[in-house]
Each structure stands twice: as structure tokens, then as C-alpha cells.
Design a protein around this ligand. Structure first.
Ligand code: NAD
Length: 362
């Protein structure tokens, strides 16, 4: 099983190294046979190759069984003609990773900022307000005159249908509750007719799932006031991006924001947050976001290929994260004293000596 590992910018290399430590540990422990293949994207690639993402990385990604992508300094990348391509967009669009699965939950030992909850934001990943991925050719943002800009929001029935289906299927494995988040009072066609229309059709196929619909602005209040109300939240691209940063921080820290970008054939682990230049190079970033993302990737591979050892490895990572948080063996953003490296090593030790691991060995 080959995984392409792309560390990115800012804290990317630090949290990716931490994630590689944990992946190697679970690979040994659960006989996963992971082969980690390193390459680069972002500023280092721009310096060395004149582009933030070399086109051949797409073939490399397709040949692999999964990707781990560290955060990139996407705000710095302004001009695609100069090789400044957003690596996130590149892989999400070209590998058709339409579902961005972003779980947020609280933990014993650090019960979040507003009490316990456990929810998943299921965010459409390939269109919506993200104009840079909406066109077959060219960019969906245009400067019409020096004073007039247009950013194109694309909403298609196909993308709404498949993200709704991903959300309802996930809800069937969880609490069987789906909340559809939208702005149909203003975007009456895109969010009303198309997004909600498609979601309601899919909902009809899942009679065991309870469905409610919430306007995105009110959602910000509801999720802070009563996050326990939510299980699976299905929404369009930008709303999901914003909402999932809020839910990650409410769970304790953006540094707990794991996420998986999944399509029908490929999947990519990628933390919810950005490259955090304010803390880069200090060995203080929380690596759990990318480590939990890698666990989501292993679970996805396990479910897809019927490989129970991958699902066990994913569970072992999640259990070890829970235990590490309870024992305060964590970084300072969630109340610990460990550095990025030390938190990853402690987690790896915990996985090595876990009960599941000894059971497997026996
Ligand atoms: P950010 O998400 O990088 O950081 C926001 C805040 O959260 C900062 O205070 C940061 O220190 C903190 N934080 C983030 N990750 C953390 C971690 N693992 N542990 C502890 N604290 C953490 O947002 P930003 O500063 O607005 O963006 C920085 C860069 O990242 C920009 O260039 C932006 O475009 C880019 N970005 C990239 C991605 C991506 O590659 N997927 C996503 C979002 C933003």
C-alpha cells in the first residue's frame, strides 16, 4: 500500500514528520505494509521547479493508494501563470475528491470550549464559491474592469447529489441525523432549488435518518449554543470550510481538525487548518490534526478494500489520541507541555503498547 506524502509549507513539514512517525508505527504494529513515498509541493517546489505543484505529481498520486498533504501557504500563491498553484485545489479537482469529511468532537481531559459534542461536517469540495475550480478551462474569477470583479459560484445537481449521499451514508453509520446547511433565503436557485432539492431527494432514500435544514448564518449561533444537537452536517464548499474551522476550535483547537478528502477512487488526508506561519518552525504545532486525518485515510482504505487491519489501525490511532489528551501528553494549544515531535513520539509509544496491539501480537 503506497502513500504519497507531501509536507507543504509553514507547520506542514513538522506535522507531516509527526504523522509519518505514527503511520510507520501502525504499519509495523498492524502489518499494513505501508510504503511512504516523499515528494514536495508549495514554496520549496516553487523554488526548485518553478511551480508549487509539478504536473507529474498527478500521475504519482494516481499510482499511489492515498495521499497525505500538509497545509500549504495558499494565500501566497496568486498567479497560476507563474506556477503558483493551490496544491489543495489541484488534487481535489484533478482526483475528483468531492467529499471533504471533517469530524469534530470533544475529549475527556480537554472537554472543548463549550461542553461535549461529536459531529461531522460533510463539505462539498469541488465547486461552490471556490471559483478557482469551477471552470473546465480558465478561472472562475474575472476582473471585468479595473473596478469590477466577478467570482463565479457553481452549483450542480450532480455534486449536490453525491455530497448528500456521502452525508446520509455516513449518518447511517452514526446517529442517523443529518442537518442541511444552506442560504436558500438568498441563493434561491443554487441553494434552494438545486442543493436542497437534491439533498431532499437523497433524504427520501434514507427514511431512518432524521433531517433538518438550517440557514448558514443561524447555524453559527446554533453550533455554539447547542453543538450536541448535530450529528452529520451536509453543506456546500465555502460554508463547510468556515463552519468546520469553528467546530474544530470549539472542540479544543484547530490543531484537532482532522479531515479526509474522498472521491470514488482516491482519498487524501489533509488537516482542516492552514500552514500557520505564526507558529511555524517552533515545534509547538499540534500534529493531531494531520495524524487524525491519516487515521481517516486508513479507515477509508479499510472500508473500501475490506481490510480490517486498516480499520483497526485507524481505531488504534483515535484511541491513542483520546488517551494522550486525557493524560495531557499533548501540545500547548490543548493544555499540554509537549512539542510537536514529543507529542508524536508519545503517541507512537502509546500505539505500540496498546491493548489492541498486544492482542494482535498474541
Ligand atoms: P491557519 O489555519 O493556518 O491558522 C489559524 C490559527 O490557528 C493560527 O493562529 C494558527 O497558529 C493556529 N493553528 C493552525 N493549525 C494549528 C495547529 N496544528 N496547532 C496549533 N495551532 C494551529 O490560518 P491562516 O493563518 O489564516 O492561514 C495561513 C496560510 O494557510 C495561508 O496562506 C492560507 O491561505 C493557508 N491555508 C491553507 C490551507 C490548506 O493548505 N489546506 C487551508 C487553510 C489556509
Amino acid at each position: 500500500m503506497q502513500i504519497l506524502v507531501l509536507p507543504g509549507d509553514g507547520i506542514g513539514p513538522e506535522i507531516t514528520a509527526a504523522t509519518v512517525t505514527v503511520l510507520r508505527t501502525v504499519s509495523d504494529r498492524f502489518d499494513l505494509g505501508l510504503e511512504l513515498v516523499d515528494d514536495i509541493v508549495g514554496h520549496e517546489s516553487l523554488r526548485r521547479y518553478g511551480t508549487t505543484v509539478r504536473p507529474e505529481l498527478l500521475e504519482k498520486a494516481r499510482a499511489a493508494d492515498g495521499l497525505v498533504l500538509g497545509p500549504a501557504a495558499t494565500y501566497d500563491f496568486k498567479d497560476e501563470a507563474k506556477g503558483e498553484i493551490n496544491p489543495s485545489m489541484f488534487f481535489r479537482k484533478n482526483l475528483d475528491l468531492f467529499a471533504n469529511i471533517r469530524p469534530s468532537r470533544t475529549y475527556e481531559g480537554f472537554p472543548g470550549r463549550i461542553g461535549k459534542f461529536d459531529l461531522v461536517v460533510v463539505r462539498e469540495n469541488t465547486e461552490g464559491f471556490y471559483a478557482d475550480r469551477n471552470m473546465e478551462l480558465g478561472n472562475g474569477e474575472m476582473l471585468v474592469t479595473p473596478d469590477v470583479a466577478i467570482s463565479l459560484r457553481r452549483i450542480t445537481r450532480q455534486c449536490c447529489e453525491r455530497i448528500a449521499r456521502a452525508g446520509f451514508e455516513l449518518a447511517m453509520r452514526r446517529q442517523r441525523r443529518v442537518t442541511l446547511v444552506h442560504k436558500a433565503n438568498v441563493l434561491k436557485i443554487g441553494d434552494g432549488m438545486v442543493f436542497l432539492g437534491e439533498c431532499r431527494k437523497v433524504a427520501a432514500e434514507f427514511p431512518d435518518v432524521t433531517v433538518d435544514e438550517v440557514l448558514v448564518d443561524a447555524m453559527m449561533a446554533h453550533v455554539v449554543r447547542n453543538p450536541q444537537r448535530f450529528d452529520v452536517i451536509v453543506t456546500t464548499n465555502m460554508f463547510g470550510d468556515i463552519l468546520s474551522d469553528l467546530t474544530a476550535e470549539l472542540s479544543g483547537s484547530l490543531g484537532l481538525g482532522g479531515s479526509l478528502n474522498a472521491g470514488t477512487t482516491y482519498a487524501m488526508a489533509q488537516a482542516s487548518h492552514g500552514s500557520a506561519p505564526d507558529i511555524a518552525g517552533k515545534n509547538i504545532a499540534n500534529p493531531f490534526s494531520l495524524i487524525l486525518s491519516a487515521a481517516l485515510l486508513l479507515a477509508w482504505q479499510g472500508r473500501r478494500g475490506g481490510k480490517t487491519e486498516f480499520e483497526e489501525a485507524a481505531r488504534a490511532i483515535e484511541t491513542a489520541v483520546e488517551a494522550a489528551i486525557a493524560a495531557h501528553e499533548v501540545t500547548s494549544d490543548i493544555g499540554g507541555r509537549l512539542g510537536t515531535n514529543e507529542a508524536a513520539s508519545a503517541l507512537a509509544d502509546r500505539i505500540r503498547s496498546s491493548r489492541e496491539a498486544s492482542y494482535k501480537r498474541a
